[in-house]
Design a protein around this ligand. Structure first.
Ligand SMILES: [Zn+2]
Length: 311
């Protein structure tokens, strides 16, 4: 038996596969990304807490003689075990190692892959269909978000996808859809661009936002999955925008369809809040992203005014 193995047994350390599962669950609880392990780090302690490790188990060292210099090198057994578990998760392509993640985020972190995300959901008995409700960013989704955020802002922007770029109902499309959603929500700070509603609930310790990523030129009309064609909207205003009750002027002021006047006054009300007529009385701009590069594009807005708005 190797020295390391005998130490693992002597100190009754958890099995590697248990540690692998704990790392996956920790990744899920931290939106898909955790810091590279080093002794004393919060994440190293957090996973140790899951196993109720005692002081000795947390801080026992492996000692090796470094022959060249004839000195003893010490490395903590628990951190070593975490690394071993993370390495096998990397080999199984369930997470990406800090070197790969660094190329994308400039930070040394472990990141879930799509396959790893599927495995966590299985471990936690959450149906795969709920995958898109969480803010978990996998490596693949993070790549999409980055490409959406880095996309240049052309004045001749065309909000409609030509057929060659169109991906329908494939696994790739599902990943792209999640990337679009998270990029839009983040750009608008998780608020409804019309009413400012910002709220989440917690599901399995994971944040579930109320707002949705809306396409200005709808997806069924081949509207692009990018920030220039996106808006973050609460369910009510998403519906009202998609149905054409509301639209935006090119100066980002909110416009309300005149047809609302034909409806009985008790329609469209949540007690005092008249979720469509409200914008008639109180002329205002939509809530825009902090970054001007992420503002909706004039061409997307014009398309919506022409084709969806109930004028
Ligand atoms: Zn709203």
């Amino acid at each position: 038996m190797s020295y390391e193995k005998s130490m693992l047994e002597k100190y009754k350390m958890p099995q590697k596969v248990e540690v692998e599962n704990a790392i996956l669950i920790s990744l899920f609880n931290h939106e898909g990304i955790i810091k590279e392990f080093s002794t004393g780090d919060k994440i190293v302690e957090e996973i140790a807490n899951k196993f109720n490790l005692n002081e000795e188990q947390r801080y026992v060292f492996l000692e090796r003689i470094y022959r060249k210099e004839n000195r003893i090198v010490k490395s903590p057994l628990w951190t070593r075990l975490l690394y071993r578990a993370a390495d096998s998760l990397t080999k199984d392509k369930l997470i990406t190692n800090p070197k790969t993640t660094f190329k994308l985020t400039n930070k040394k972190e472990w990141m879930l892959t799509e396959e790893g995300y599927n495995k966590v959901l299985k471990l936690l008995k959450i149906p795969i269909s709920e995958k898109e409700n969480f803010v978990t960013k996998t490596y693949e989704v993070q790549k999409i978000i980055k490409s959406i955020q880095d996309k240049p802002r052309p004045s001749s922007y065309q909000p409609i996808e030509d057929n060659s770029n169109r991906i329908v109902a494939t696994r790739e499309y599902k990943v792209r859809k999640r990337g679009f959603r998270l990029a839009v929500l983040e750009a608008y700070d998780y608020k409804c661009a019309f009413c400012g509603l910002k709220i989440f609930s917690l599901k399995n310790k994971n944040i579930n936002w109320e707002v949705q990523a809306a396409h200005i030129v709808p997806h069924r009309e081949k509207g692009k999955d990018d920030l220039l064609n996106g808006l973050s909207l609460c369910r009510l205003h998403h519906w009202a925008f998609d149905e054409g009750w509301l639209s935006i002027y090119d100066n980002y002021m909110i416009d309300v369809s005149k047809r609302i006047e034909k409806l009985p006054v008790q329609y469209g009300r949540l007690n005092e809040f008249d979720f469509i007529r409200y914008f008639l009385n109180d002329k205002k701009r939509i809530i825009l992203p902090l970054n001007k590069n992420y503002y909706p594009h004039y061409n997307s807005i014009m398309w919506h005014r022409k084709n969806i708005f109930l004028s």
